[in-house]
Design a protein around this ligand. Structure first.
Ligand code: FAD
Length: 310
């Protein structure tokens, strides 16, 4: 029984979501291999070989894998899938783009967003926006799994010494082509990797106020910036800041929710944070039911005061 983890990487380094996925793969009980499918990705392969618990790294290098096109990455996974009992992807935008293609081609049911491995064929996953946990058993020969990274500790990124092999890279599928990419450049920690997140809701009232009030707090704490869907939909914050059921699932050490009501869809994305602080002027707001520290106050006064005190 051997599990294959599909690395999330930028060809030079391995992204943190890979480390949590390795932990989930180790819990499946057998050896763990990591696939680095990229172009000139030897450095990422070396980094993957350092992850504790990984027995082997397979680097598939091909120009067709340079832009992470899901069609090509899925073909690369399928080229070696026959050797594995479990194929695990981090439940990131990339992982969720590739995993269903692999599952469909293997004619197996994907097991999505697992938060626990009970046994090699039985897994737990949240349903109904995290209000219930389903235990699912798969009888498929190959388990194709996406892993909710907040459900598993990160494997140590250094200290391992896995063997590195190369595999022939797949040819371009011709089904899609890379046109361009607009990447937001930010010095802030990425939301899913941030240790501290400060998040703003509809109460901020405008994009200008969002920046004026929330940015100084994020700067002081070297925090990632998050937002509720209402704030994103209203254009106060960019789409990739959205935390929740249809946004990012985060579990930082500290999550500060400012002017966020705490709808279940928002809680689904942040309630596993270690310490939750809520600032809301309505003492009945549901966010207080998950908050470790609550401040009933007007955020336009409380947040600047907090910044000053810090
Ligand atoms: C299928 C589906 C998926 C969804 N996915 C998501 C998701 O991923 N993420 C998400 O966030 N939502 C999601 N939602 C939307 C969710 O239901 C809520 O509508 C949304 O989270 C509300 O955002 P909010 O708390 O910012 O706004 P509101 O609910 O309007 O709350 C604003 C809060 O600010 C407080 N407030 C107002 N003024 C001040 C002030 N001056 N100082 C302090 N507090 C103040 C109010 O008391 C209130 O509690 C989803 C909904 C659906 C149906």
């Amino acid at each position: 029984m051997t599990a294959l983890v599909i690395a999330e990487h930028d060809h030079a380094t391995v992204k943190p979501a890979t480390l949590n996925t390795v932990t989930a793969a180790l819990a499946c009980g057998g050896d763990v291999h990591v696939l680095v499918a990229g172009a000139n990705a030897a450095e990422a392969g070396k980094a993957a070989a350092q992850i504790v618990g990984v027995a082997k790294v397979i680097v598939a290098d091909s120009p067709s894998l340079a832009e992470n096109l899901a069609e090509n990455v899925a073909a690369q996974v399928l080229a070696i899938a026959g050797n594995y009992s479990h194929i695990l992807f981090p439940s990131t935008a990339n992982g969720k783009n590739v995993a269903p293609r692999v599952a469909a081609k293997l004619d197996v049911a994907q097991i999505s967003d697992i938060t626990r491995v009970d046994s090699p064929d039985t897994f737990e996953r949240p349903i109904y926006a995290g209000n219930a946990i389903a235990t699912v058993q798969s009888t498929d020969a190959t388990k194709v799994i996406t892993v909710r990274t907040t459900g598993f500790d990160a494997a140590a990124s250094t200290g391992g010494s896995a063997a590195v092999e190369t595999a022939e890279g797949v040819a371009d599928s011709g089904k899609s082509s890379f046109v361009g990419r607009e990447v937001t450049k930010s010095d802030r920690p990425e939301l899913t990797a941030a240790k501290i997140i400060v998040s703003g809701g509809r109460a901020l009232g405008s994009a200008e106020k969002f920046t004026e009030v929330m940015t100084p707090l994020a700067d002081k704490l070297n925090a990632g910036l998050g937002a509720s869907r209402a704030a994103v939909d209203a254009g106060y914050a960019p789409n990739d800041w959205q935390v929740g059921q249809t946004g990012k699932i985060v579990a930082p050490q500290l999550y500060i929710a400012c002017g966020i009501s705490g709808a279940i869809q928002h809680l689904a994305g942040m309630k596993d944070s270690k310490v939750i602080v809520a600032i809301n002027k309505d003492e009945e707001a549901p966010i207080f039911s998950v908050a470790d520290y609550g401040l009933v106050a007007d955020l336009f006064t409380a947040v600047p005061e907090l910044v000053k005190a810090l």
